[in-house]
Ligand binder design. Structure first.
Ligand code: SIN
Length: 524
């Protein structure tokens, strides 16, 4: 008998994947595969929370305006409007379902503030363990049609006549398998591990982006990389994230002499957009200053931020001094796999959600705590879309898998060092060309898929993504949000407004924004 149940493979296990799994009905059987443990995601590490216009003094329109201002006019305004409004509704639903957000004395969600928000609108949970709480809550709501498999490393997509028909994956012993499906959803996060200092889970190696790229999907805006201003840093080594919510509660940045570095830099001072704060810190560090987050003015710090306080204690920081040593680190990729409002990529039956996707919500610089919101919305919308799609043909289409992999003969630490030196908070043509040439001079070894290790697969993905990112950053001859060019320090709306850089099947195009109806230009 022919089954009418659709089969969907979800790759990843963060908020977006779980929102998808929570939403999708029993008309679909869902196989969730994650290459490490279910808890190995950036969502689990999210401290700040989820932004939603809950306060009587706030509105969805104000949230939209703050998102556009932080995104430096590079956002897709339609996506912003939709995600902010639908996101608020989904958060209200979570509150009604009993998701344990922190509450004020009146039993309403307590609202924090973060950079570039004009008002308090961040719901948080467990003080600074918002992501973990949300993940656990969503996981507890999954139905019996959701099957979660840990240590199932999806390494490639099956493509038949241009349509995605399944995945290639490796089990814990290294054996290669294929699995067909009616749709595949990539929820694999961004690429924090490309940089020496980052806030990401170590498993976040750009895998989904590069699988989509090899399948011919468009990637956009890869040059827009967000550095979080405050990572606890001991003896030059980043230990972990100190949430922007800490500045929202009154902490401020100062140098070794107590000089407040953000005064006069931006009207929102310590709560300026992240790109502005990260660049200011970078500039001070270049001048030889030590930077600190002064938390003196925050009452009951350890109660409000228990995980951060514990991290500081473990790292031997003298909390009584009220000064936490910090430096910036890679945090979030604004660009990603180009998707529409349902998470559909340009490859039929292939979806992308969460940080792996680029909806246009974040523009050139993400507004704090908008990413959990985006994951929640896009996961839910992709689920609704897949329910409407017809089932693919029952007979398994023929497929061949990539047998020989070209693995760059380079260490991950070398790759990270190049990216950190030449494609981080500030860039210029000379550095980016050096980066690109260095990447392209690397030798390769051919390894059969049966013998390739997980680390070699990740390294191949990281190398290819680094090339795409370097090319994108070279092509954008202006400064905007997370992409700052020392040789082009101004924003150039005349040249760049409404344009995006797109990768497709190995080519880079410059494209005028589809919304204004212009044609594609093949650039190189
Ligand atoms: C933070 O807590 O500072 C991170 C929140 C975010 O990146 O949205």
């Amino acid at each position: 008998m022919v089954s009418s149940i659709k089969k969907v493979i979800v790759v990843g296990s963060g908020i977006a994947a779980l929102s998808f799994a929570k939403t999708i009905s029993k008309s679909c059987q869902v196989i969730m595969m994650t290459k490490k443990q279910c808890s190995s995601s950036n969502s689990m590490l999210a401290q700040g929370g989820i932004a939603a216009a809950f306060s009587a003094h706030d509105s969805a329109e104000q949230h939209v305006q703050d998102t556009l201002a932080a995104g430096c006019d590079h956002n897709d305004e339609r996506a912003v409007q939709e995600i902010v409004r639908l996101g608020k509704h989904l958060v209200e639903q979570l509150v009604a379902e009993g998701c344990p957000f922190d509450q004020d004395e009146a039993g309403e969600p307590q609202l924090g503030k973060e950079g570039a928000h004009t008002t308090h609108r961040i719901l948080h949970a467990g003080g600074d363990q918002s992501g973990k709480t949300l993940v656990q809550f969503l996981k507890s709501q999954l139905g019996s049609h959701i099957h979660l498999y840990e240590y199932h490393h999806v390494i490639d997509l099956l493509i038949h006549e241009g349509t995605c028909t399944g995945v290639v994956w490796k089990d814990e012993t290294g054996h290669v398998h294929t699995m067909t499906a009616d749709a595949v959803v990539l929820s694999t996060g961004g690429c924090g591990s490309l940089y020496e200092t980052n806030t990401n889970d170590p498993s976040i190696t750009g895998d989904g982006l590069m699988m989509a790229y090899r399948a011919g999907a468009q990637l956009v805006d890869l040059e827009f990389v967000q550095f979080h201003p405050t990572l606890l840093t001991i003896a030059g080594k980043a230990v972990g994230l100190i949430s922007e919510a800490v500045r929202g509660e009154g902490a401020y940045l100062e140098d070794e002499t107590g000089r407040r570095i953000m005064k006069g830099i931006h009207p929102q001072a310590d709560l300026a957009p992240r790109d502005v704060v990260a660049r200011a810190i970078f500039h001070e560090q270049q001048l030889g200053h030590q930077l600190y987050l002064n938390i003196h003015d925050i009452p009951h710090f350890s109660a409000r931020f228990p995980a951060i306080a514990q991290m500081c204690q473990r790292a031997g920081v003298d909390m009584e001094s009220g000064r936490l040593p910090i430096s910036p680190g890679m945090h979030f990729l604004m660009g990603g796999i180009s998707v529409n409002e349902y998470g559909e990529t340009t490859v039929p039956a292939l979806f992308a959600i969460g940080e792996a996707a680029c909806t246009g919500l974040h523009g050139a610089n993400r507004l704090a705590s908008n990413s959990l919101l985006e994951g929640l919305v896009l996961g839910s919308k992709a689920a609704q879309r897949i329910e409407q799609l017809p089932k693919q043909k029952e007979t398994s289409p023929p497929f061949s898998i990539q047998e020989i992999w070209m693995v760059p003969m380079i260490s991950t630490s070398q790759l990270r060092q190049w990216m950190t030196t030449f494609a981080a908070i500030v860039r210029d043509e000379k550095g980016l060309q050096t980066l690109l040439h260095s990447l392209q001079r690397v030798n390769f070894q051919q390894i059969n898929v049966k013998d390739i290790t997980n680390e070699q697969i990740e390294l191949s993905n990281q190398w290819a993504l680094a090339v795409c990112l370097a090319k994108s950053a070279l092509l954008r001859t202006e400064s905007r949000g997370g992409h700052y060019r020392m040789d082009y320090p101004e924003r150039s709306d005349a040249l760049w407004r409404g344009r995006q850089i797109v990768h497709e099947k190995g080519h880079i195009h410059i494209m005028k924004n589809e919304r204004i109806g212009a044609k594609w230009n093949v650039y190189s």
